[in-house]
Write a protein of this length. Sequence first.
Length: 365
Amino acid sequence: AFTLSPGALAPGSRIGILGGGQLGRMLAMAAARLGLHAHIYAPEPDSTAFEVCRERTLAAYEDEEALARFAESVDAVTYEFENVPARTAALLAGLRPVRPSAAALAVCQDRLIEKEFLADIGVATVNFMQVDHAGAMARAVAQLGRPSILKTRRFGYDGKGQVLVREGADLAVTFRSLGGGPAILEAVAPFTKEISVVAARGASGEFAAFDVCENTHENHILKFTTAPARIAVQTAAEAVLLTRAIAEALDYVGVLAVEMFVIEPAGGGEQLLVNEIAPRVHNSGHWTLDGAATSQFEQHIRAIAGWPLGATFLNGSEVEMENLIGEDIYAFEAILREPGACLHLYGKAEARAGRKMGHVTRIRR
Ligand code: ADP
Ligand code: MG
């Protein structure tokens, strides 16, 4: 028989994953490699994760009967996106271990709650103000100045759900341009670089971070990630410490990513401001599939299975990940011909503008 740590899943156990996008797909593939069986639950029939799992449920996240059947068919539940409805997470948590917890998820799915949490644990962010209605804009803008950035509290991604509040812009019109729901106004961070830390915390509190990486966006969508980030050694160490403090305060189990701004004050040095926390595997960790001893996907599966975490060291001296967005995918033959380039395509039917179709990793030895 297997010798298992307390709470650990046996090989051959079933992992339920909410969400059927490329992150769910790569999690399912990592689970399969470790002899675990993925069950993907997603409401979109063309979910790209459906084709690489043992079981699939095509149902709405509000379908309580489908959720109960799903829970019954798995040994633990995780998710690939942070917008799992609170009720869905609570219902599943009553039936099976849900990792990371519904409480950690709740903090990370609302930008205001997230920033208040960071302030509570002493982690620096940009200055921010709650804006619940158009009438609250004037005071917030007076406080934070222009330009500042208005963001919806929930459901934003790839720069969607945010707008720059410019000099002279009408505040009520700007507020309504985001749909009129609860929002947060943020001061603009005068950053020189954007970095992220992808790390894992195990069920026993074990913690492991991948190399801090540097991110470049195009049209608000991640385009390139380079690891290691070109920042001071002490700054990288500080970034990892902040991430660990966040993971511990959330009693987090699984992989998380913390996005940060690097500020270089006139007096010299580098300061960090945390931008956001992703309670899941993250696009800026895709390079680990080819460029690290353990991939972020395997690391997440290990963590939620209660298994030992894997080593995180870089394979090589530098790794670059390039996202293939929309029509970028049409260059796939050239990438296949490129010596050493590692191509990953997600199997999505249509190369729509702004859609993440795949990525390529290049490793410098
Ligand atoms: P999401 O990634 O969910 O779309 P983010 O809050 O990470 O939302 O914003 C996307 C990008 O917009 C960031 O990576 C950064 O480039 C820019 N950005 C967001 N907030 C700020 C800010 N307060 N100051 C400066 N740039 C910002
Ligand atoms: Mg972001």
